[in-house]
Ligand binder design. Structure first.
Ligand SMILES: [Cu+2]
Length: 470
């Protein structure tokens, strides 16, 4: 049984399966390749000229994360080389639940110096990512791309992965404490302010970051990617931020959005596409002939801050791009989400079970919850039975947007504000303030699965629950 290989080595007993020694690299019992080593490490980067100590997930040759192919086993060994326990979640993949990488749910964290092995079949390709689900490590960049090539990839197309992140020189534990301390007063002030007519002004960007990164760099020293004049590019945008949503702006270029969260949609042309926390965008570009520098920018929602990379074709001069735009970008909306149509929707089927999840919070103390319940280990999982079509109805009763992520399953967006449609298949859905969004999934991957807001400090504060069918 593959799921029996959800082994946690290094002296920690797995909950159900007994620990099995790590597979030797020379193992050829099923003709399999050696596992990819992924090391959890401390590393130093420079942010706007200042040294910063962060985490990273790298192969021994320095490659961040991993790139593989559909139809192959995902065979990896995670080595914990940091000074605290950690565990890595394969965001968007559908492994056996013991290999899902959520401490306390799928298994124990890996202790310092320990390792864990993963082995499951990759049934679909696309743009995914990996990140720590332990504590607040994600804020310190314990995250990396996870790219699965498939038949959609074109031989004459250059792949460019752009991983976005928010960065602070303040330690994440301090950020969280500050949020809890300041929340009471700030929220009371906001509530006392008169509401404008129509939708209330959303409450965005709780945390004031020092920088926004694209592939670890700011616009003071952006990554320059050499591309061919007139060539084709596939942008794989990964929003690995802890708290920040962006508009991905292609400047003067027209792009074609072909997939969200790894899953194909009917292509949509445009020059700006929203990406909430943890979501991904696959955007196809046809570059104009001749030399040119083509910035791909990510503009922080509701603010002027921006980050990005530059596609450089044919030795064009590259102008310095400021890290602040001339005007603030708007808040993300569900306008694009409403127009997305899955290329491969779920089969038409009536829901066997519907769970309504009111996204709730208390205005004082930075408390976030689901149906008024702050997550703790005694909260019963949502009931689901294997084989059912399940619908989750998210109703956002707070003034903040919440990107909701279900582990172990892809889902389809089937309703926004009472209007049914055959929306995108994805794994993270933004629910903006006051909105009601329904998603459907088939319960075909038995286990105990996390379901939570992907804003790191909301998750930490309790906007988290589970579904379970084992
Ligand atoms: Cu949230």
């Amino acid at each position: 049984m593959l799921s029996r290989r959800a082994l946690i080595a290094g002296g920690v007993a797995a909950l159900a399966a007994p620990p099995i020694p790590a597979r030797a690299q020379s193992s050829t019992d099923d003709g399999a390749a050696a596992p990819t080593i992924l090391r959890l490490e401390r590393r130093d980067i420079e942010v706007n000229g200042k040294a910063a100590s962060v985490y990273g997930i790298r192969q021994p040759d320095g490659t961040f994360g991993l790139t593989t192919e559909v139809g192959r086993p995902f065979r990896a060994r995670v080595e914990n080389r940091i000074a605290e326990p950690s565990l890595i979640h394969w965001h968007g993949l559908t492994p056996p639940w013991r290999q899902d990488g959520v401490p306390g749910i799928s298994g124990p964290p890996i202790p310092p110096g320990g390792g864990a092995d993963y082995d499951f079949l990759l049934n679909f390709g696309g743009t995914f990512w990996m990140h720590s689900h332990q504590g607040l490590q994600e804020q310190l960049l314990m995250s990396a791309p996870l790219i699965i090539h498939d038949q959609r990839d074109l031989a004459d197309e250059q792949e460019v992965v752009v991983m976005l992140a928010d960065f602070s020189f303040t330690p994440p534990e301090q950020i969280f404490e500050n949020l809890k301390k300041s929340a009471g007063m700030a929220k009371q002030m906001k509530m006392a302010a008169p509401m404008s007519t129509g939708q209330p002004k959303p409450d965005l960007n709780d945390v004031k970051y020092d920088a926004f990164l694209a592939n670890d760099r700011t616009l003071a020293d952006p990554e320059i990617v050499k591309v061919e004049p007139g060539g084709r590019v596939l942008l794989r945008i990964i929003n690995g931020s802890s708290m920040s949503a962006f508009h991905v702006s292609l400047g003067a270029l027209d792009g074609e959005l072909i997939a969200v969260d790894g899953f194909e949609v009917e292509p949509i042309r445009g020059r700006s596409f929203p990406v909430a926390v943890a979501q991904r965008l696959d955007i196809r570009l046809s570059l104009p002939p001749g030399p040119g520098a083509h910035p791909v920018l990510a503009e922080l929602e509701g603010e002027m801050s921006q980050t990005g990379i530059v596609l450089a074709a044919g030795g064009a001069a590259i102008a310095r791009i400021p890290d602040r735009a001339e005007k603030p970008s708007p808040a993300l909306t569900l306008d694009l989400e409403r127009t997305l149509r899955a290329k491969r929707p779920l089969a038409e089927r009536k829901a066997d079970r519907v769970h309504t999840l009111n996204l709730t919070g208390e205005m004082a103390g930075y408390v976030w919850s689901i149906n008024g319940v702050v997550w703790n280990k005694d909260v019963p999982p949502l009931a689901v039975a294997e084989g059912e079509r399940v619908e989750l109805v998210f109703v956002n009763q707070t003034p903040m947007p919440h990107p909701m992520h279900l582990h172990g399953h892809e889902f389809q967006v089937v309703e926004i504000d009472g209007k049914r449609f055959s929306g995108a298949v994805r794994d993270t859905i933004l629910v903006t303030p006051g909105r009601r969004v329904a998603v459907a999934f088939d319960a075909v991957n038995p286990g105990w699965w996390a379901l939570h807001c992907h804003l790191l400090y909301h998750l930490e504060a309790g906007m988290f629950t589970t579904i379970r069918y084992v």
